[in-house]
Design a binder for this molecule. Structure first.
Ligand code: SF4
Ligand code: SF4
Length: 83
Protein backbone atom coordinates (compact mmCIF):
# COMPACT_ATOMS: atom_id res chain seq x y z
CA UNK A 1 0.00 0.00 0.00
CA UNK A 2 1.19 3.53 -0.68
CA UNK A 3 0.11 6.78 0.96
CA UNK A 4 -2.19 7.61 -1.96
CA UNK A 5 -4.53 4.67 -1.40
CA UNK A 6 -8.19 5.76 -1.22
CA UNK A 7 -9.61 4.54 2.07
CA UNK A 8 -13.16 5.11 0.86
CA UNK A 9 -15.83 7.53 2.05
CA UNK A 10 -15.86 8.68 5.67
CA UNK A 11 -18.05 10.87 7.84
CA UNK A 12 -17.38 12.80 11.05
CA UNK A 13 -18.89 11.48 14.28
CA UNK A 14 -19.00 13.06 17.74
CA UNK A 15 -18.68 11.13 20.99
CA UNK A 16 -21.52 12.95 22.69
CA UNK A 17 -20.39 12.02 26.20
CA UNK A 18 -17.17 14.01 25.76
CA UNK A 19 -18.53 17.08 23.95
CA UNK A 20 -18.35 20.23 26.10
CA UNK A 21 -20.14 22.48 23.60
CA UNK A 22 -17.16 24.74 22.90
CA UNK A 23 -18.47 25.44 19.33
CA UNK A 24 -15.00 25.23 17.71
CA UNK A 25 -16.10 22.50 15.31
CA UNK A 26 -19.33 24.35 14.55
CA UNK A 27 -17.40 27.51 13.60
CA UNK A 28 -14.77 25.84 11.43
CA UNK A 29 -16.95 23.43 9.42
CA UNK A 30 -16.97 24.65 5.78
CA UNK A 31 -20.26 22.94 4.94
CA UNK A 32 -22.32 23.78 8.06
CA UNK A 33 -22.59 20.08 8.77
CA UNK A 34 -22.35 20.51 12.55
CA UNK A 35 -25.36 21.45 14.60
CA UNK A 36 -25.28 22.72 18.17
CA UNK A 37 -25.04 25.74 20.43
CA UNK A 38 -22.64 26.99 23.10
CA UNK A 39 -22.30 24.66 26.12
CA UNK A 40 -24.59 22.09 24.52
CA UNK A 41 -23.79 18.84 22.79
CA UNK A 42 -23.03 19.07 19.07
CA UNK A 43 -23.96 16.58 16.36
CA UNK A 44 -22.93 16.03 12.74
CA UNK A 45 -25.46 16.17 9.91
CA UNK A 46 -23.90 13.32 7.96
CA UNK A 47 -25.40 14.21 4.56
CA UNK A 48 -23.53 17.55 4.60
CA UNK A 49 -20.17 16.24 5.86
CA UNK A 50 -17.36 15.99 3.29
CA UNK A 51 -14.93 14.38 5.79
CA UNK A 52 -12.46 17.26 5.46
CA UNK A 53 -11.20 16.63 9.01
CA UNK A 54 -11.13 20.29 10.11
CA UNK A 55 -13.44 19.66 13.06
CA UNK A 56 -11.37 16.73 14.25
CA UNK A 57 -8.27 18.93 14.31
CA UNK A 58 -9.77 21.68 16.51
CA UNK A 59 -11.75 19.68 19.07
CA UNK A 60 -10.17 20.18 22.53
CA UNK A 61 -11.57 16.95 23.95
CA UNK A 62 -10.75 14.80 20.90
CA UNK A 63 -14.34 13.64 20.75
CA UNK A 64 -14.66 13.99 16.95
CA UNK A 65 -13.42 11.24 14.70
CA UNK A 66 -13.80 10.24 11.06
CA UNK A 67 -15.56 6.95 10.57
CA UNK A 68 -15.81 4.89 7.35
CA UNK A 69 -19.24 5.04 5.74
CA UNK A 70 -20.74 1.58 5.63
CA UNK A 71 -21.92 0.64 2.12
CA UNK A 72 -25.62 0.19 1.46
CA UNK A 73 -27.35 -1.67 -1.34
CA UNK A 74 -27.44 1.67 -3.20
CA UNK A 75 -23.72 2.47 -2.80
CA UNK A 76 -22.05 -0.95 -2.74
CA UNK A 77 -19.78 -1.74 -5.74
CA UNK A 78 -17.51 -4.56 -6.80
CA UNK A 79 -13.87 -3.86 -5.98
CA UNK A 80 -11.50 -3.70 -8.96
CA UNK A 81 -9.55 -6.97 -9.38
CA UNK A 82 -5.75 -6.91 -9.23
CA UNK A 83 -4.08 -6.99 -12.66
S1 SF4 B 1 -15.19 16.63 8.62
FE1 SF4 B 1 -15.28 18.69 7.68
S2 SF4 B 1 -17.29 18.76 6.63
FE2 SF4 B 1 -17.38 17.03 8.11
S3 SF4 B 1 -18.27 17.91 9.96
FE3 SF4 B 1 -16.01 18.05 10.17
S4 SF4 B 1 -15.46 20.10 9.41
FE4 SF4 B 1 -17.57 19.64 8.70
S1 SF4 C 1 -15.07 20.95 19.12
FE1 SF4 C 1 -15.46 19.03 20.25
S2 SF4 C 1 -16.02 19.67 22.36
FE2 SF4 C 1 -16.19 21.48 21.01
S3 SF4 C 1 -18.38 21.51 20.41
FE3 SF4 C 1 -17.24 20.40 18.79
S4 SF4 C 1 -17.39 18.22 19.39
FE4 SF4 C 1 -17.94 19.44 21.19
Amino acid sequence: MNGLCDEGPKVARINEALCIGCTRCFKICPTDAILGSAKHMHVVFADACTACGKCEAVCPTECIYLEPVQPTLQTWVWSQPAL
